[in-house]
Ligand binder design. Structure first.
Ligand code: SAM
Ligand code: SF4
Length: 474
């Protein structure tokens, strides 16, 4: 059976980078310090966590290096969401083994979701690994490194009910200096039957609202122009002060962050269809600097499958949410989705329901996956993974083809219109062009003129592909 990539999506250039390629934290000045190399896989949350790990390690006397060969300690911040994400990390370990053989004192640590899922078993399976640390154990990492330096294997996979790392300032080494992530909550209580996240990231907890606002203020003061509030299910954000007098929900948090600086754009991800409220949509409509874009994963368009997935909403509920978004934020609001093809027992007709839901929603983007059974999840325990791999891929390709057509059609709507674009840097293809995103999170490419990253510019869109808008500044 030919192995075709299982994770495909219609992505902008920058998204592609985050979805397919591991990210490496950049070089710091390291005179007299030990060197740490971190490579991050998977979701934005992991990239954001690596910035926290770098901060913890800086306090322990380490500086980051962008070159694995120069490192004293190498961390892989891993993802467990699908089998191919784990295989990628295992292959990378094989490459790193060559380094370790050359330099036996080199320490290799596995962090994140795969570390949490496999725990000490990882040390048996991957002999070259010295440290295993789950997503709630990052404060403990310097101690784990010390243990490993003394020749022992070191493991901390304790999941906390409280840890939010609220007081740790992430080191934004990978940053373009323009856009940054702010983690507002951790964990997930949703228990979608296919998903490993509740087991690898633990119970849901919301971070102190004041520390989030302070982080946004610090970023604005440092010249950042856009923040993305991150969580597995941001709409269930709920923080109560210790004295119980102050309660903040997601809409209120959005408003507080929007008020930090009108020039600071706000994005957020991910919204769960069961939780997104009219209050959130009205808050988005009220503030120009909250971007007109919502990532609203559907996973399937069929009610029987949605029930098996334990998504807790049905097709009609989802459609009603799309209608509310369009009614409150207008036809131009960008909407993207996650969709899974070939979930347990999915029939051809049920797959057609997914396609018809997509037709209804007119999504701007999609992140689309073939179902990958994850050990220990309710779906793995209760349902047979019985849709043949080739069928999953064929359905996935149909979903992707439809999304490509819709992305193109949605992008064509912008032709002839002026978009406000925040410049993020040079276009990947040429230094004669700059690129940035519009309100709806679409990548826009235009001739560089005398503009610089971090500036807002107005761009008249003249042309587009399914992934990118092209235009000229006006
Ligand atoms: N919390 C977010 C939500 O509920 O929408 C998504 C988190 S998950 C990191 C990102 C996406 O991965 C999910 O929306 C789902 O489409 C996909 N995913 C999760 N588990 C999967 C599995 N076992 N097989 C295939 N795709 C999966
Ligand atoms: Fe996984 Fe569902 Fe939680 Fe998203 S909401 S992280 S898909 S369990």
């Amino acid at each position: 059976m030919g192995r075709i990539t299982e994770t495909l999506s219609i992505l902008t250039e920058a998204d592609k980078e985050s979805a397919d390629e591991p990210r490496v934290l950049e070089e710091e000045l390291a005179i007299g310090k030990k060197r740490l190399y971190i490579e991050s896989y998977g979701c934005q949350m992991n990239f954001s966590d690596s910035e926290i790990v770098a901060s913890v390690m800086r306090n322990a006397g380490f500086a980051t290096t962008a070159t694995a060969d120069e490192a004293d300690v190498i961390f892989l911040n891993t993802c467990a969401i699908r089998d191919n994400a784990e295989q990628k990390v295992r292959n990378r370990l094989k490459q790193l083994n060559v380094l370790k053989k050359r330099k036996p004192e080199l320490l290799v640590g596995m962090l994140g979701c795969m570390a949490e899922r496999l725990k000490a078993k990882l040390l048996e399976e991957e002999k070259m690994v010295d440290i295993v640390a789950g997503p709630d154990a990052y404060r403990d990492i310097p101690k784990l490194v010390e243990e490993a330096e003394s020749g022992q294997k070191a493991v901390n996979v304790f999941l906390s009910r409280e840890e939010t790392y609220a007081d740790i300032s992430p080191i934004r080494l990978n940053s373009n200096g323009v856009t940054a992530f702010i983690s507002i909550m951790r964990g997930c209580d949703n228990m979608c039957s296919f998903c490993v996240v509740p087991y690898t990231r633990g119970r849901e907890r919301s971070r102190d609202a004041h520390s989030i606002v302070r982080e946004a203020q610090d970023l604005a003061a440092a010249g950042y122009k856009e923040v993305t509030l991150l969580g597995q299910n941001v709409d269930s954000y709920k923080w109560t002060s210790e004295d119980g007098l102050e309660k903040v929900n997601f809409a209120q948090l959005l408003e507080r962050v929007a008020l930090v600086d009108p020039e600071l754009r706000i994005r957020f991800s991910t919204s769960h269809p069961k939780d997104i409220t009219d209050e959130v949509l009205h808050t988005m409509a009220k503030y120009d600097n909250i971007c007109n874009y919502i990532h609203l994963p559907a996973q399937s368009g069929n009610n029987r499958i949605l029930k098996l997935m334990n998504r807790t909403y049905d097709r009609e509920w989802y459609i009603q949410k799309i209608d509310r978004i369009r009614a409150i934020l207008g036809e131009d609001c960008g909407i993207s989705h996650d969709m899974i093809s070939g979930f347990c027992s999915e029939t051809e007709e049920e797959h057609q329901d997914t396609l018809s839901l997509m037709e209804y929603a007119r999504y701007d983007y999609g992140y689309m996956f073939a179902y990958s059974e994850r050990p220990g999840t309710p779906a793995a325990k209760k349902y047979a993974d019985d849709v043949p791999y080739e069928v999953k891929l064929r359905r996935l390709n149909e979903i992707i083809a439809l999304q490509r057509d819709m992305s193109l059609e949605r992008n064509q709507r912008h032709i002839g219109k002026v978009q406000r674009v925040l410049i993020e840097g040079f276009s990947k293809r040429s230094d004669d062009f700059l690129s940035g995103r519009n309100d709806q999170n679409k990548m826009v490419v235009f001739p560089k003129g005398n503009y610089q990253k971090g500036q807002y510019v107005n761009v008249l869109v003249t042309d587009c592909t399914a992934a990118t808008l092209r235009g000229v500044t006006v």
